[in-house]
Design a protein around this ligand. Structure first.
Ligand code: NAD
Length: 328
């Protein structure tokens, strides 16, 4: 198939080319948007990533250009108007599971870094400052870790935290019997907020979960709690997080995703003046750690993403059932 790949980075090209046997891939560095959608003329498929916003207007253009299938090279699909795609008979496929461990392990990296301040001490030691002042952390052992969403990534994360001998509590609309047997205790969303020392978000972003963490949720959390979000930016109302940080009620914030990330993440803006005052305010806190949506970024995950994306497109081309189709 002729596939237009958008938001291409060097690593996308490398891993997709390695995994490709039969498709004709054209790589575009630009994201897909209303100004670039014309590039899809002459292609049968597009391949996009998390911050390519595919709304109804773009879908209309894609349909007019003959695009039959949208291949997301990610798990989340909140950036695609599925109803509009279905109305134009454009199929949407994704990579539902490429490496839950990659994201779960990055979540733990955020927790350990915020807690033990390795990012700060790295710089200190390079300047021959070997002092321990202001580096004190806390033991994870026997702390209560609350997990919101215990799907593939949430499960992998629970298992790691059980290994640290934490008490793991969780909220999900679908409880996992396996996790229960392993020692995870399910409770209500509010109880998880109230009892946790560390709260980690692993549920998808959808209308029901938009801003599930807001000023009311922060008020329910323990004084000094740590919040980690490696799922989607829209789960947390950022301005409320800033207020909770300012009062000191929120003790630590670790985020790999951000509400307005499409304007920032995956780009080198080191020579630009950042126009987003909210992220600038977040970056000013000593107890906030931000990574630019790198949870998925391991060799194993990139191999799996490339292979599954191309297999999804091959199945479509051959008229085989689309196992990874996302339905409206
Ligand atoms: P999954 O579908 O396996 O699990 C999601 C879980 O959330 C399910 O158990 C589901 O029942 C639960 N859920 C649904 N609605 C809920 C609600 N209202 N409250 C609580 N739980 C609810 O998905 P996954 O593979 O574990 O991925 C989780 C999320 O992680 C994705 O939606 C995506 O946004 C994000 N993600 C981030 C990265 C990254 O690089 N940071 C990479 C991949 C995925």
């Amino acid at each position: 198939m002729k596939i237009a790949v958008f938001s291409t980075k060097s690593y996308d090209k490398e891993y997709l080319n390695q995994a490709n046997a039969s498709h004709e891939l054209s790589f575009f560095e630009t994201s897909l948007n209303i100004n670039t959608v014309n590039l899809t003329q002459g292609f049968g498929a597009i391949c996009v990533f998390v911050n390519d916003k595919i709304d109804a207007a773009i879908i209309d253009e894609l349909a007019a250009n003959g695009i039959q299938i949208i291949a997301l090279r990610c798990a989340g699909f909140n950036n695609v108007d599925l109803v509009a795609a279905a109305a134009k008979n454009i199929k949407v496929v994704r990579v539902p599971s490429y490496s839950p461990q990659a994201v779960a392990e990055h979540t733990v990296a955020l927790i350990l870094t915020l807690n033990r301040k390795t990012h700060k001490v790295y710089n200190r030691v390079r300047e021959s400052n070997f002092s321990l002042e202001r580096l004190i952390g806390f033991n994870l052992y026997q702390k209560t870790v609350g997990v919101i969403g215990t799907g593939q990534i949430g499960k992998a994360f629970c298992n790691i935290m059980l290994g640290f001998r934490c008490k793991v509590i969780a909220y999900d609309v679908q409880e996992s019997e396996t996790l229960k047997k392993q020692g995870v205790m399910y409770m209500s969303f509010d109880e998880v907020l109230q009892q946790s020392d560390i709260i980690s978000l692993h549920c998808p972003l959808m209308p029901k979960t938009h801003h599930i963490i807001n000023s009311e949720s922060f008020a329910k959390m323990k004084q000094g709690a740590m919040l980690i979000n490696t799922s989607r930016g829209g789960l947390v109302k950022t301005i409320d997080a800033i207020e909770a940080l300012k009062t000191g009620h929120l003790g630590y914030l670790g985020i790999d995703v951000y509400e307005q990330e499409e304007h920032l993440f995956f780009k080198d803006l080191s020579e630009s003046v950042i126009q987003d005052d909210t992220i600038e305010r977040l970056m000013s806190f000593h107890n906030v750690l931000i990574t630019p949506h790198q949870g998925f970024f391991t060799k194993e995950a990139l191999e799996q993403i490339a292979t599954t994306t191309l297999n999804n497109l091959t199945s479509f081309e051959k008229g085989l059932p689309l196992q990874n189709q996302v339905l409206a």
